[in-house]
Design a protein around this ligand. Structure first.
Ligand SMILES: Nc1ncnc2c1ncn2[C@@H]1O[C@H](COP(=O)(O)OP(=O)(O)OP(=O)(O)O)[C@@H](O)[C@H]1O
Length: 722
């Protein structure tokens, strides 16, 4: 039996050895299969995870969720591509600092204005969000309606209602435009813009400050009625933030006291809503206090802050301020939640929406600490005044203005007929002098400008840029320094195209001539011929953000000559927002945007509409120099009692003198240096409607009168007293 069993076993043992080998390979094969499939599955899972992650991440960047009550439509890129004929150049209706606007035709034949943000940067993203957050939540007949948006990867589009008559900028200043706005139309436009601001300042809760009122942001419908657009730089006012809480309780109570005490600034130590102790107010700058006081006038509780999804600090601050402000007995204080303007409950027109808390970037405003109060105060002290002089100059155009105009002149000399005139009359040609140093741009005077070469200019910018990087932490910067560092530096940094321009200049241009009459002269070498000049004039546009760019012939909204030239650059920085010549002096640079800043811009806009000219226009003859700065000229005319001279000549005598006087005087009150003295927008609207008298104008009409004039006045007064 054992032998049998052995026999039986032996074949079995043989068969056992063979399958063990086979099974090994099988196992190996099995393992390989398993592991490869695991790898495949893991890769697939990783892909899915990546997809999910990017989707989640992308949705995070959407400033509102699908449950939001906003009626904004989310378009796909494909839809917009189809609507614009693949973003055909023929569909371009305008170009701004941040993007190109296309005419979009929907399948049902409806027209849309589709703004494509051309660059994908933090700044454009912020502006995009701002537009969605603020304009997207507002509905008013005086605001351009934002209908939808598109976000795909780094593509950003905003879809607006189409405004057939484009912008006021184009209507007033476009060379090809022969249409002259009639007086009635102008007056209606002024009224519409004022009503838009009324809605923003008093119809929204919390109030919205536009921050960039200017002709290119006033769009016109088929009946030439105006709607305000472009909320990229606007901001939502929260009482709890910045100076308002620091000062408003005192200022709120003592606004009148201030006036009666001739703005003695007799402020006491206060605790801000955030609970941070503040240094005694006498250490705080007067300008800052004024600014705070201007808004404190309208102290109000902010009930809808959460709806606007400001970040938690803001929100807390506002809650704190709610209780604080409830104590403030302010005559002008109001509850916006139930405001009724013109029989319409505007508060209901404000569409609140939910959003993630950080979707509005208030980091700058909220980075405020006790130290920063003093820093900001010192900053304001240091160059708030400086800025004022520089911006307005009370009859004197500053170097910055000249540089700006000068650069403009090099790009589109023919755009300025006066300069053409000058060209004919002057035959002087000054060659480019490369020995001129440009280290002290702030000290650029006419003589410097005469010698100023582009190469040097750019090198100067580069130097300044390097310096600015090193000195980024430098706290107290003068306005001049700021201007150079923050903006001029970016010219060299961002615009490689500018270098091409430089080469072009070296080849084809001679130095601009800047004579005693503060005129510019522009020459080209003959070899470039007319053709080249035409190219430059007709198609060129200079943007500080993007340097030299081709301008579509359909896009006529060039801001050249207007001071708007700088808007792109100013808009593109965090330290400065707004448009030169339109921005209020107290806000310039590092101030905190308040309603009265919009009022100031409205004042400039009114003058621009009435006069049909830009706020800054360097003219040919010394005789005309006084007219170069629209605001100063207007003040001068007001002093001489001849304000109607300001009215656009193109209107001839076909305008209402009464209305024109009203508008100009209103503008003058809006242009007062002290925000406190400017009317608020409700008052402005009432004045325009004739329901309220104009407040008395200040004696000299100039918030910063030339010291000479002041001296004269003082001497006269003294003589009279004697
Ligand atoms: N809804 C619209 N309907 C018709 N045209 C429009 C509309 N929106 C903008 N445009 C045209 O596009 C131009 C550029 O507008 P955009 O808002 O991009 O720039 P901007 O306001 O001139 O510049 P910035 O953004 O630097 O302030 C306008 O001047 C206008 O002609």
């Amino acid at each position: 039996m054992p032998s049998r069993s052995l026999l039986l076993l032996s074949p079995t043992s043989n068969t056992v050895t063979k399958p063990s080998f086979l099974s090994k390979t099988r196992v190996l094969f099995f393992i390989l299969t398993i592991s490869s499939s695991v790898v495949i599955i893991l890769t697939f899972l990783y892909f899915l995870y990546h997809l999910w992650y990017s989707l989640v991440n992308r949705s995070r960047t959407i400033p509102f969720d699908s449950n939001a009550p906003l009626k904004l439509q989310r378009f796909t890129y494909k839809e917009l591509k189809n609507a614009t004929n693949a973003f055909d150049e023929a569909n371009i209706i305008g170009k701004g600092g941040s993007g190109t606007v296309f005419l979009g035709i929907a399948r049902d034949g409806k027209l849309y204005a589709i703004k494509r943000l051309d660059t994908f940067s933090l700044q454009t993203e912020r502006e995009f969000r701002n537009e969605l957050q603020i304009l997207g939540g507002l509905r008013s007949p005086f605001l351009v309606t934002l209908l939808g948006y598109c976000m795909e990867r780094n593509k950003r589009f905003l879809v607006y209602e189409y405004m057939p008559n484009k912008s006021l900028q184009e209507l007033l200043f476009s060379e090809g435009n022969n249409l002259v706005l009639k007086w009635n139309q102008r007056f209606d436009i002024i009224m519409d813009v004022a009503k838009a601001l009324e809605f923003l300042h008093f119809g929204c809760d919390p109030p919205v400050i536009h921050g960039d009122i200017k002709p290119s942001n006033v769009l016109l419908d088929s009946d030439f009625r105006a709607k305000v657009s472009d909320f990229g730089l606007s901001r939502i006012k929260v009482e709890g933030e910045f100076g308002v809480d620091l000062f408003s309780q005192d200022l709120g109570k003592s606004t009148d006291l201030w006036k009666s005490q001739e703005l003695s600034g007799n402020l006491t130590t206060e605790t801000p809503a955030t609970g941070t102790p503040v240094e005694s107010a006498h250490e705080v700058d007067f300008a800052l206090a004024l600014q705070a006081s201007s808004s404190s006038n309208k102290s109000r509780a902010c009930y809808n802050v959460r709806a606007l999804n400001l970040n938690s600090l803001n929100y807390n601050a506002s809650i704190a301020s709610e209780s604080d402000f409830s104590k403030v007995g302010n005559g002008k204080g109001k509850e916006v939640s139930s405001i009724d303007i013109g029989g319409v409950d505007w508060s209901s027109k404000f569409v609140p929406y939910e959003d993630e808390p950080s979707s509005i970037d208030h980091s700058k405003e909220l980075s405020f600490t006790t130290n920063s109060v003093s820093d900001d105060a010192t900053n304001m002290k240091q160059w708030g005044k400086d800025w004022w002089w520089r911006q307005d100059g009370s009859g004197e155009l500053c170097s910055k203005d000249y540089v700006m105009e000068w650069i403009g002149s090099q790009i589109c000399p023919s755009a300025n007929p006066d300069w053409e005139e000058e060209k004919k009359s002057t035959h002087e040609k000054i060659e480019l002098d490369s020995s001129t140093q440009l280290d002290n741009l702030e000290d650029v005077h006419e003589s410097h400008l005469q010698e100023l070469g582009f190469e040097k200019l750019e090198k100067g910018f580069e130097k300044k840029e390097l310096k600015s990087r090193k000195n980024r932490k430098k706290k107290h910067r003068k306005m001049q320094e700021w201007w150079k560092e923050e903006h001029l530096a970016e010219i060299s940094k961002k615009s490689s195209k500018l270098r091409k321009l430089e080469t072009k200049w070296k080849k084809g241009f001679k130095i601009p001539h800047f004579d005693l009459g503060r005129r510019f002269q522009f020459h080209r070498r003959k070899k470039f011929g007319e053709q080249n000049q035409d190219d430059c004039d007709a198609n060129g546009e200079f943007s500080f953000r993007r340097g030299w760019k081709k301008k579509n012939k359909n896009s006529m909204g060039s801001d050249m000559w207007s001071g708007d030239l700088f808007s792109r650059e100013l808009s593109s920085t965090t330290s400065m927002r707004g448009t030169l010549c339109y921005v209020a002096p107290e806000y310039g640079g590092c101030g905190y945007l308040m309603e009265k800043a919009d009022i100031y811009s409205l004042g400039v806009l009114i003058l621009v509409i009435v006069s049909g000219r830009r706020p800054l226009h360097v003219l040919a003859s010394p005789m005309k120099l006084e007219k170069a700065n629209l605001i100063s000229w207007c003040r001068h005319l007001a002093q001489t009692g001849n304000i109607l001279e300001l009215v656009d000549e193109k209107l001839r005598d076909e305008y209402s003198k009464e209305q024109a006087i009203l508008c100009i005087n209103l503008a003058l009150t809006c242009l007062q240096k002290t925000p406190e003295l400017r009317p608020d927008i409700v008052e402005a609207v009432k004045i325009l409607k004739g329901e309220m008298d104009l407040p008395p104008l200040p004696f000299e009409f100039s918030p910063s009168p030339p010291s000479k004039l002041f001296g004269k006045v003082r001497r006269k007064q003294k003589a009279n007293a004697d």
